[in-house]
Design a protein. Structure first.
Length: 514
């Protein structure tokens, strides 16, 4: 994807002669909509006609040069972007989401008229949190401007539209620059995660994860190490080896570290990097199997997060670990009934080879904790279909052994618009994965599938405060949001970055559930 430049401007709107000038219009129950002065008369007129109400998603494109609407401008088009109600009772979170949504819709409209440049007037009627909310608007625009069409030719006779490349935000103060720069950085990382996920299984392999990390380390202060199959085997990571056994592609354990000059806290991030999940010998049904190229979205999220970590250099150590392999059914593949030994010596009976995510995460978690002695561990994984049954596509499942960490993740998730919902993790669920023949088994029966998957991971984190995010329902194709195009969402990047932002609020100790 091309990069998109975002800048702040205070230039005269009357002189603007570009392709697309955008004003936000907010609904008011018994009144004419809120809008900015330059379009006031026009909006009043259209409101009287009943055409403009300011509802969210209501998009009105005006062509000022060809109309006698009372709007003074040289712009080729004016978009009146409906905002919905500017209602403080929605709270800052609700308001932030409305601005992101408006931003996403503006990008969709720009694409419809193939406008590569957009000037958006940030509304003067927004009185509080102006800088933050302008950031949310930009966030929505940038995230909604994402496209992945590198393998697709343009329709004949049609010029290929490659997205907006210049966004200008019209505001009264230069102070917005930092916020906009921060948001742009973060949206670039979300795009990076989406790009990785969009590559199919034959074009995004464990080696590509490794290459990405090596390249990122080269152009930053991050330290990268990649363990190959021999090293993974020597370290006793029986889970990764087992999942990889049926494949002709070598596994990798990719590690990226941000080491500040001095630090007192360490956060380890682990992401499931299954570059294609066929299910292995416990083969998945054919219908929809192509979507299992997305089974690496957790890995994509944690490595892409490191791109921003490298730029922003937070004051704690952050380590991202991605166990990467595909899950195939070759002749040497692991079989139901096989018993494997994990990094920490725990033995496991493989009941179903399609429950492979927990096998590779178990090794990566135990390794990360042993090697880095972290204060907090967070893993992200497209781990279970069951989480989609339970929570649908609007919240990720959160399971944790630490209330403080779980609460903070829930809070930052609500704020950044990547929402989670905590599920329990009591001992009874953990008992479901007891095996007759080994320490544990990799499935715990039909009921509580997301929780028993988390219970498996719990065996590998010891007392370290840990949170597991099951992103199977949110990692792709939750298309209800204007700023999340169809395909991979990049879920987790913004959440992890918000969590890192607030790491100082993270208290150790506290009451542990489970
Ligand atoms: N990658 C899948 C989970 C998944 C399913 C993600 C659908 C997104 C959409 C995972 O490896 C898997 O196959 N899980 C099994 C576990 C079962 C065999 C215990 C599942 O959820 O069916
Ligand atoms: Mn699977
Ligand atoms: Zn999987």
């Amino acid at each position: 994807m091309k990069t998109c430049d975002v800048s702040i401007t205070g230039r005269s709107l009357e002189k603007y002669a570009g392709p697309l000038l955008v004003f936000l219009v907010a609904e008011r129950k018994k009144n004419t909509p809120r809008c900015d002065e330059p379009v006031r008369k026009g909006v009043d007129h259209l409101h009287r006609l009943g055409d403009v109400k300011g509802k969210a998603d209501e998009m009105t494109m005006l062509y000022p040069n060809q109309s006698n609407l009372p709007v003074k401008t040289k712009a080729r088009r004016i978009l009146l972007a409906g905002f919905g109600e500017y209602d403080k009772t929605a709270g800052l979170e609700g308001m932030a989401e409305r601005f992101r949504t408006a931003g996403g819709t503006i990008s969709q409209q720009a694409a419809r008229v193939k406008s590569r440049e957009v000037l958006v007037v940030f509304p003067s009627w927004v009185k509080e949190h102006r800088r933050y909310l302008a950031g949310c608007l930009v966030e929505g625009m940038l995230l909604g401007n994402y496209r992945f069409d590198k393998y697709k030719k343009a329709d004949e006779g049609d010029e290929k539209f490659e997205g907006i490349d210049t966004i200008e935000i019209h505001v009264d103060s230069r102070a917005f620059r930092h916020e906009v720069a921060k948001v742009s950085r973060r949206c670039r990382s979300v795009a990076t995660a989406r790009n990785m996920a969009n590559e199919p299984g034959n074009r995004w392999t464990p080696d590509d994860f490794a290459q990405f990390a090596v390249d990122l380390a080269k152009r930053s202060d991050l330290h990268c190490s990649v363990l190959d199959k021999d090293q993974i085997e020597k370290l006793g990571m029986g889970g990764i080896i087992a999942v990889n056994q049926g494949s002709s592609t070598q596994p990798k354990l990719v590690v990226l570290e941000h080491n500040p000059p001095s630090f007192s806290k360490t956060m380890v991030l682990v992401g499931k990097g299954v570059t294609f999940d066929s299910g292995g010998v416990s083969l998945k049904p054919a219908a929809g199997m192509q979507d299992m190229k997305y089974d690496m979205c957790g890995g994509a999220a944690v490595l892409s997060t490191m791109q921003v970590v490298a730029e922003e250099k937070p004051g704690l150590r952050v380590v991202a670990i991605v166990p990467a392999t595909d899950n195939m059914a070759g002749g040497a593949a692991v079989k139901p009934g096989d018993i494997i030994t994990h990094f920490n010596g725990v033995t496991s009976e493989v009941i179903n080879t399609d429950a492979e995510g927990r096998l590779i995460l178990a090794d990566a978690l135990a390794y990360g904790i042993d090697r880095y002695q972290p204060d907090w561990v967070v893993d992200l994984a497209t781990l279970t279909g069951a989480v989609i049954v339970g929570l649908g596509n609007h919240r990720a499942g959160l399971m944790s052994n630490h209330d403080g960490l779980a609460e903070l993740i829930s809070r930052v998730g609500d704020i950044c618009g990547e929402k989670v919902w905590r599920l329990p993790l009591d001992k009874e669920y953990v008992d479901q994965i007891d095996s007759e023949v080994a320490d544990i088994k990799n499935v715990g029966g039909k009921s509580g599938g997301s929780i028993t998957a988390a219970a498996y991971l719990l065996k590998f984190v010891g007392q370290t405060p840990w949170a597991h995010l099951d992103i199977a329902g949110t990692a792709w194709d939750y298309t209800k949001k204007s700023y999340i195009p169809k395909g991979p969402s990049g879920f987790g990047v913004r959440l992890l970055l918000s969590l890192i932002d607030s790491w100082k609020q993270l208290k150790l100790g506290g009451k542990n559930k489970s």
